[in-house]
Design a protein around this ligand. Structure first.
Ligand code: NAD
Ligand code: MG
Length: 389
């Protein structure tokens, strides 16, 4: 029986991970669950999965959780508790599925403890890819990607030598505004941007998909996960989201991984690798899909992708600046404080004004994150960013 900690069990990836556990009760058990504030959902998860403990990050919600179900399960709180359930000796697999920079430190704790880490939290590799790679080698941890593109590439690389890789091709759906003319971007509402054509995901990654920052973050994630130069990581827009990504080898052969857009597949692959587990979700019927189409990404309308490549090329803490600025800008857009194009504009300004630390330590990364958040909040308070009308 494999014991699993799910960091972020109440989120989109967390709920689907529990679905995989529910379907495979003889293989997997949920040992620890964690949530930021959503204790209603956490209470239902505790009732169904009877974990050994839960972490509620928000102190007030943790107190409320203790009142409501503290007699049934130990309720821990705070950042150290997240790290401790990620590193618990009884745990075999850590599903890293917090959203954003908050996922970094508990993921580091899991890597330091030598766990198998099923990595959904891409922001960890974006801000600290080099550090994570060093720690994973030092502590013998295994990182298996959950992000569908990186899972696809990982699957294409099974049995291949790293020296055979020519380039990686990440597919992007293009998001809900793929065909929208540039002059309409200023009027995009949060509700429109939250309507992803193919995937149902948490709000932050859904906005990232609409700006194409999600693909930018994934290029950086791929650079570190597969230890490959950014000039060999390409992006192609593929609106049907059937090909999840591809690898071109040095002989010109291209391998792709296909499937219906359902995150349970990469989630259970990361848990079961090198095995595959039979699953009852839908099957791909290519004749009913009919057409697979491909386009160049448009970095004029979607500058976030260009900004991500630039931050990766700049190196050091530049990807941390990119990530932190994006998190603040996305939250501001969701709160209807800024217009859609201002998300990228804020990130561009943060990158141009930040001082970048080379060869960053964890302390440098934490500092860059904190300073960038403060800087972008100050831009938001200034007159240069007027709220959308
Ligand atoms: P989500 O918003 O649905 O869930 C996030 C989870 O993290 C929740 O359980 C929440 O309680 C917890 N959380 C949020 N902020 C926290 C904080 N400050 N401290 C502690 N806990 C906190 O997000 P999601 O869509 O499940 O995405 C999770 C991660 O997986 C992201 O990094 C995302 O980019 C990545 N990812 C998601 C999908 C998807 O289909 N949803 C696909 C690929 C990659
Ligand atoms: Mg993805």
């Amino acid at each position: 029986m494999q014991q699993i900690t799910i960091l972020g069990s109440t989120g989109s990836i967390g709920v689907q991970t529990l679905d995989v556990i529910r379907s495979n009760p003889d293989r997997y058990r949920a040992a620890y669950l964690t949530s930021n504030v959503n204790i209603d959902r956490l209470e239902r998860q505790v009732a169904e999965f009877a974990p050994d403990g839960v972490v509620v990050s928000d102190p007030e919600q943790a107190a409320e959780a203790r009142r409501r179900f503290g007699d049934r399960v130990e309720v821990l709180e705070g950042d150290e508790a997240l790290a401790s359930v990620a590193a618990d000796p009884a745990v075999d697999i850590v599903m890293s599925a917090l959203v954003g920079f908050a996922g970094l430190q508990p993921t580091i704790a899991a890597v330091r403890a030598g766990k198998r880490v099923a990595l959904a939290n891409k922001e960890t590799m974006v801000v600290a890819g080099e550090l994570i790679n060093r720690l994973r080698a030092e502590h013998g941890a295994t990182i298996i990607p959950v992000d569908s593109e990186h899972s696809a590439i990982f699957q294409c690389l099974v049995g291949e030598e790293p020296s055979s890789i020519g380039r990686l091709v990440l597919t992007a759906s293009g998001g809900p505004f793929r065909e929208l003319p540039a002059e309409s971007f200023g009027a995009i509402t949060a509700i429109e941007a939250l309507r992803h054509p193919n995937w149902s995901m948490g709000p932050k990654i859904t906005i990232d998909s609409a700006t194409l920052m999600n693909k930018g973050l994934e290029v950086i994630e791929a650079r570190w996960l597969f230890d490959i130069g950014a000039e060999r990581v390409d992006v192609v827009v593929h609106p049907q989201s059937i090909i999840h990504s591809m690898v071109e080898f040095v002989d010109g052969s291209v391998k792709a991984q296909l499937g219906l857009p359902d995150m349970r597949l990469p989630i259970q692959y990361a848990m079961a690798y090198p095995e595959r587990i039979a699953a009852s979700y839908g099957r791909l019927d290519l004749a009913s899909v009919g057409t697979l189409s491909f386009f160049e990404p448009d970095t004029e309308r979607f500058p976030a992708l260009r900004l991500a490549y630039a931050a990766l090329e700049r190196g050091g803490t530049a990807p941390s600046v990119l990530n932190a600025a994006n998190e603040i800008a996305v939250a501001a857009f969701l709160a209807e404080e800024i217009a859609f194009p201002q998300i990228s504009a804020l990130i561009e300004r943060a990158l141009s004004e930040a001082s970048i630390a080379e060869d960053p330590s964890l302390v440098n990364i934490l500092e860059a994150d904190k300073r960038t958040r403060e800087a972008v909040r100050s831009y938001l308070g200034s007159r240069s960013f007027t709220p959308p009308s």
